[in-house]
Design a protein around this ligand. Structure first.
Ligand SMILES: NC(=O)c1ccc[n+]([C@@H]2O[C@H](COP(=O)([O-])OP(=O)(O)OC[C@H]3O[C@@H](n4cnc5c(N)ncnc54)[C@H](O)[C@@H]3O)[C@@H](O)[C@H]2O)c1
Length: 337
């Protein structure tokens, strides 16, 4: 009688690969938070993941028990507090870090530095000790500083591989695709706007001139669209009115990035995502550009491509803020006891 209960085919389109099976061991650090919970749900739902290790300083036993009842094969474990961090990370191939405080109205991402720098540095330190070869995907803000922090901590341990450390900026791409799709009446799942630079205000640089399919906007509309993409996080922070920043769209974006990475690690060819990484493409030591991903992380940095004069100006205007945020992160680790 119950022989054909239809399981909904979870079809999240784009690069949410659901058909291929693999055995990735993925850890989420900050798994009980606003991003961590829905991100863990999406990861649990993926046939690419066989082990999902959840760490937080609160509530992980409950989150893990809850997720473990879902009828997918990923084995879920919950780890609570610093004493259980090593056990969480052991054997993990991909570590995603959404741990840290989010913005409240009126705050910039840089206002989070004091709290989140220490959190990310400690988590990176644990990665260096327990899974030094893992791909590390940092969501915690300010990404423009937390990636230099992660890199410097890994360097201190002598295990830094710049091809394996990623600042997750995918939400900027997701937003750009959505807004362009809305304005042009296109299915956003078929729009692809590269977003380069960093992940804060004017360092977020959407390359509308490189959008696929090609789209054109009058200059005033282009300027307004660019500002909306740059300030889209603040749009959510204001709408949530003190209850945090983007969580659901960020979970989607984080999962999209992790699935792309896992696909590439499994040998899929032609996987490209933008991410804030160590870079030699500009005078900034870290910069986001489209990256060809492969079995060992970044296979090739695809660079900035041809920019319009408007985009060139945006890049020039972002440089000093970006360099300052990078230096702040590097100095933080240098001065750590
Ligand atoms: N990269 C992006 O595009 C993007 C987008 C949105 C938010 N964010 C950032 O992501 C971070 C998390 O946001 P959120 O909304 O999920 O916040 P949240 O407060 O809802 O969740 C954060 C979680 O981190 C946990 N945590 C705190 N210290 C920890 C530690 N030392 N080890 C492990 N876990 C710890 C907390 O217990 C909490 O469960 C923030 O820094 C936010 O600014 C980034």
């Amino acid at each position: 009688m119950f022989s054909c209960i239809a399981r909904p085919a979870v079809h999240l389109s784009r690069s949410f690969s659901t058909s291929v099976q693999s055995n990735a061991r993925v850890a989420v650090l900050g798994a009980s938070g606003g991003i961590g919970q829905p991100l863990s749900l999406l990861l649990k739902n993926s046939p690419l993941v066989s082990q999902l290790s959840l760490f937080d300083i609160a509530h992980t036993p409950g989150v893990a028990a809850d997720l473990s009842h879902i009828e997918t094969r990923a084995h879920v474990t919950g780890h609570l507090g610093p004493d259980q961090l090593g056990e969480c990370l052991k054997g993990c191939e991909v570590v995603v870090i959404p741990a840290g405080v989010p913005r409240k109205p009126g705050m910039t991402r840089d206002d989070l530095f004091t709290t989140n720098a220490t959190i990310v540095a400690n988590l990176a330190d644990a990665c260096a000790r327990h899974c030094p070869e893992a791909m590390i995907c940092v969501i915690a803000n300010p990404v423009n500083s937390t990636i230099p922090i992660t890199s410097e901590v890994l360097k201190k341990h002598g295990v830094y591989n710049p091809n394996r450390v990623f600042g997750v900026t995918t939400l900027d791409i997701v937003r750009a695709n959505t807004f362009v799709g809305e304005l042009k009446g296109l299915d956003p799942a078929r729009v692809n706007v590269p977003v380069i630079g960093g992940h804060a205000g004017k360092t977020i640089i959407p390359l509308i001139s490189q959008c696929a399919p090609k789209v054109d906007f009058p200059q005033d509309q282009l300027a307004a669209l660019t500002s909306r993409i740059q300030e889209a996080g603040t749009e959510v922070v204001k709408a949530k009115a003190g209850a945090g920043s983007a969580t659901l769209s960020m979970a989607y974006a984080g999962a999209r990035f992790v699935f792309s990475l896992l696909d590439a690690m499994n040998g899929k060819e032609g996987v490209v995502e933008c991410s804030f990484v160590r870079s030699e493409e500009t005078e900034c030591a870290y910069f986001s550009t489209p990256l060809l991903l492969g079995k060992n992380g970044i296979e090739k940095n695809l660079g900035l491509g041809k920019l319009s004069p408007f985009e060139e100006k945006l890049v020039a205007e972002a440089m000093s803020e970006l360099k300052g945020s990078i230096k702040k992160g590097e100095d933080f680790v240098k001065n750590m006891k």
